[in-house]
Design a protein around this ligand. Structure first.
Ligand code: FAD
Length: 487
């Protein structure tokens, strides 16, 4: 859960280049025809040349349709519903899955996200944050990140008033958002979209075909339909990405004793990072990214053997190179001499040990990286994992999605204020530009961290140890990292 480093300036110029190229020459049109895309049941997409379905009736026209009711889709629905400027707009959210009856159980769910202060700010403005706190959320007041190959570590400090983040179960976030959706926003479950027909400009509207044959039209389609987005496929945008040869194992853990459990721990192993994230005095959530082979092995172990393997991953050191150790020690001494005032409060704490993994709480997810080169087209915008997918090591994925929601809302409100069409690509482009600056910078730095820490090559171990130790002692640099991670 290391906050990503702000090295995005390197790629900003390439975004500007792509953007200029796309809009240069009097407005290059993305689509030379109306695109019809049929989405498969598993979210995979297949282009179709079948004739368009019968046109929707006036009752089936909406100002905005959100495709996908995950955390990001529901946050968008909530934001649109609560906006005074957009209160007269007809908004529909389509979710392919069934509506779940959900009650807060005493057992913690194994799907948890670290919500950063920017998300907290958005949720406070939507009136959702208090609902989350009323259910449950654990503040993270400190983050300690260290590695198995050297003594280097970094800490990020928050406090009671301003925690670094809050650990919140995904179900709690979703429930809070759903329970506060304004009544004029329509939500339809069991409404899987089977095809999107996108216009080449704003002279016509988007047509959406549901699996049950019904058609709906809209002035603005928001794709919040996750990693295998059918909306993105219909846009035909380039999607850059790859699968890591890694799985993320999640689980709920019981700690050896109740403590003031408000520290998020992350240790980088050569196979990937392992993180213990606080849930309560004696429970933590696990996110353990590791090779597919190791993940398979870990999932096959008994609960007792898995707990032992986890404690070893947290506590055991890798064989260390004595020369690197001595250079690192010398570097630390030098830093303490040159920057004596910065060392205050940087204390290495010992992580908790785990007594057991809660029964049946282990699960695993494939990890990958992906980014849509464009987030918008005439009458379409992508948000959340539909637009970008990131390694969970920095705990940024859904926070980036909530950032998309905040910026898209601002853009649409501005369009209404100016009397513009909310599906106008020129307006939507402001959203794309604003978010890509932030998202691409975050993704680039998370990717760099991932590559840096999955190497055991001595020069790299030395370099990253020296770098991490230096950053740990230079407060302004740490503050910049935190400020970027917070959106
Ligand atoms: C192990 C792990 C740990 C993570 N930890 C963190 C963390 O600490 N912090 C963080 O910020 N992020 C974290 N993430 C990332 C986070 O979970 C995702 O970014 C987030 O869940 C994406 O939400 P979403 O709403 O964009 O997409 P999804 O949750 O994928 O929702 C998409 C929705 O669209 C619906 N849908 C899809 N296709 C259709 C269709 N054709 N018609 C109708 N509906 C459709 C689906 O049913 C689904 O409900 C983690 C991820 C993993 C794997």
């Amino acid at each position: 859960m290391l906050p990503s480093l702000g090295i995005g300036r390197l790629i900003k110029s390439s975004i500007r280049h792509v953007s200029r190229k796309r809009r240069g020459g009097g407005g290059v049109v993305l689509f030379s025809r109306c695109l019809c895309v049929r989405t498969g049941d598993n979210g995979s997409d297949a282009e179709s040349t079948t004739p368009p379905p019968p046109p929707p009736t006036a009752a089936d026209h909406y100002d905005v349709v959100i495709s996908g009711g995950g955390m990001v889709g529901f946050a968008m629905a909530s934001a649109l519903g609560k906006s005074a400027r957009l209160s007269d707009r007809r908004v529909l959210l389509l979710e392919g899955g069934a509506e779940r009856v959900w009650d807060l159980s005493p057992d913690y769910s194994n799907r948890v996200c670290a919500l950063n202060p920017t998300t907290q700010h958005l949720f406070t403005s939507l009136g959702v944050w208090q609902r989350i706190l009323d259910m449950r959320a654990q503040p993270v007041k400190r983050m300690q990140v260290w590695e198995a190959c050297s003594e280097a570590m970094i800490t990020f400090e928050g406090d009671e008033e301003r925690p670094v983040a809050h650990m919140v179960e995904n179900d709690v976030t979703l429930q809070a958002l759903k329970s506060l959706i304004p009544s004029h926003v329509q939500v339809e479950y069991n409404s899987r979209v089977s095809g999107y027909q996108l216009p080449q400009d704003t002279s016509s509207t988007v047509t959406i075909t549901l699996k049950n044959g019904r058609t709906i039209s809209t002035d603005l389609l928001i794709g919040a339909d996750g990693v295998r987005s059918g909306v993105r496929a219909a846009m035909g945008v380039q999607y850059l990405g790859w699968e890591y040869d890694q799985m993320g194992i999640v689980a709920t853990l019981e700690l050896s004793e109740p403590t003031d459990n408000t520290v998020a721990w992350q240790r980088f192993l050569p196979t990937g990072p392992v993180a213990l994230l606080p849930l309560s005095e004696d429970k933590s959530s696990l996110v353990w990214s590791t090779t597919k082979e190791t993940a398979q092995h870990l999932l096959s172990l008994s609960d007792e053997d898995f707990t032992d393997a986890l404690n070893r991953a947290i506590w055991d050191d890798k064989p260390r190179d004595a020369r690197l150790e001595s250079v690192h020690k010398g570097w630390l001494k030098l830093l303490e001499t040159v920057l004596p005032w910065t060392n205050e409060g940087v204390v290495r704490q010992l992580p908790p040990s785990v007594t057991r993994v809660m029964a049946s709480s282990r699960a695993s997810f494939p990890l990958g990286l992906g980014h849509a080169v464009h987030y918008v087209a005439p009458r379409v915008a992508l948000i959340g994992d539909a637009a970008h997918r990131i390694h969970p090591l920095a705990g940024q994925g859904v926070n980036l999605g909530f950032g998309d929601v905040a910026t898209l809302l601002e853009t649409l409100e501005k369009a209404v204020l100016l009397g513009a069409d909310i599906g106008d690509e020129r307006m939507l482009y402001e959203y794309e530009r604003g978010r890509q600056r932030h998202n691409v910078a975050t993704m680039t730095s998370v990717e760099a961290l991932y590559r840096l820490y999955t190497s055991e090559a001595p020069p790299l171990v030395l370099l990253r140890s020296l770098g991490l130790s230096a950053v740990n002692l230079i407060t302004p640099v740490k503050e910049r990292i935190m400020s970027h991670a917070n959106g």
